[in-house]
Ligand binder design. Structure first.
Ligand code: F6P
Length: 345
């Protein structure tokens, strides 16, 4: 009997499919300071729910799950059926996993206590972002932030477990249901992107160690609200036009953010006269993307403050958001009218 050492195939006949998300999470587990496998399992739970939501979104037109659900969420926005479905899917995955004790969701008025006080993690999630785009077949996303609870496992959930600044995130990510479905996440050691291979039912590493360009020529903003903006914001966008930058605005935060992250650009959802705190939510939209941005070398600010350092005071708190290529964000910030810093005594 002959025994031969394995020789990787050189024929090029069967292309390599690469590293699965599962394998990658396992390989990276030791990068995480509290590596006990629970965060890894939590990321897998999220990936599983994302696959299910991907299935639902891709067949929405055929299965009578498009359109409005007939209720308004705590934001005063009309819930779409798929908003509700995605919320159920993620809630179910996170509650079954056992690693999570509480969830903050865009679709829920209050914090959801999973009655699993031994769970170490708190998740803030926008299960389906950009849902007004569902019925017209345009990219939508899921955004999530993961925090370690502050109080000891085994005790009841407290306000301090939930109201944590973005700097406390142990992981964050998004899923983009677009021309292909991607999951992009960070555990604070760089950003990696995985593309879903539908026929195999797996996410594969396709965008290792994403680095955002420092500068770009794309600006993404809803210019229909221009009359409502502060003067500084108007002047910055005028400058973008003077420089002949491209305007690209999908109206799905995840999709606009993802494009600018890869190609270089800035996404702006500013304060307006009517909504001085902007529109986007700090806990389950801005924070996650801000962590990813910073980990990829980009930046996120509310115009005057680093997003990750804002201390939340309410669950569904809104924030203006300027996010993207670092030089563009710095330049935009210089146009904003920020309160003078208090002199230190
Ligand atoms: O989460 C809110 C959201 O749908 C984002 O995905 C998107 O970028 C933004 O609102 C669009 O808002 P508007 O329609 O005001 O431009």
């Amino acid at each position: 009997m002959k025994i031969l050492p394995y020789q990787p195939d050189q024929s090029g006949l069967a292309y390599s499919v690469g590293t699965t998300l599962d394998r990658f999470i396992k390989l990276k587990q030791s990068d995480f300071p509290f590596a006990s496998g629970e965060l890894s399992q939590l990321l897998r739970d999220i990936a599983l729910a994302a696959k299910i939501v991907n299935r639902e979104t891709t067949r929405a037109g055929l299965s009578n799950i498009g359109g409005a659900f007939g209720q308004v969420n705590v934001q005063g926005e009309e819930q779409q059926k798929l908003d509700v479905i995605a919320n159920i899917r993620f809630m179910r995955a996170l509650s079954k996993g056992g690693e999570v004790c509480a969830i903050v969701s865009e679709e829920e008025d209050s914090v959801i206590d999973l009655q699993n006080s031994s769970g170490k993690y708190v998740v803030a999630i926008d299960p389906l972002d950009g849902s007004s785009n569902i019925d017209v077949n345009i990219s939508i996303g899921t955004i999530f932030s993961i925090y370690r609870r502050k109080t000891p496992a085994g005790s009841p959930i407290q306000r301090e477990d939930i109201m944590q600044a973005g700097t406390e995130q142990v992981a964050a990510g998004y899923v983009l249901y677009g021309s292909s479905t991607m999951l992009v996440y960070t555990t604070g050691c760089g950003v990696n992107g995985f593309t879903y291979e539908q026929s195999l039912g797996e996410f594969f590493l396709s965008h290792p160690n994403i680095q955002a360009p420092k500068n770009g020529e794309i600006y993404s903003v809803n210019e229909g609200s221009q009359k409502e903006w502060e003067e500084g914001m108007k002047a910055y966008v005028d400058q973008c036009k003077d420089r002949r930058y491209s305007a690209r605005y999908i109206g799905s935060l995840v999709a606009d953010f993802h494009r600018n992250l890869l190609k270089g650009g800035i996404y702006l959802y500013p304060a307006t006269h009517k909504n001085p705190s902007g529109k986007l939510r700090l806990l389950y939209e801005a924070n996650a993307l801000a962590l990813i941005a910073e980990q990829a070398g980009a930046m996120a600010t509310d115009g005057c403050n680093r997003i990750l350092e804002i201390q939340p005071t309410t669950l569904h708190q809104r924030t203006p958001l300027l996010i993207g290529s670092s030089e563009m964000v710095q330049e935009a910030e210089a146009f904003m009218n920020c309160p003078a810093e208090k002199p230190t005594s």
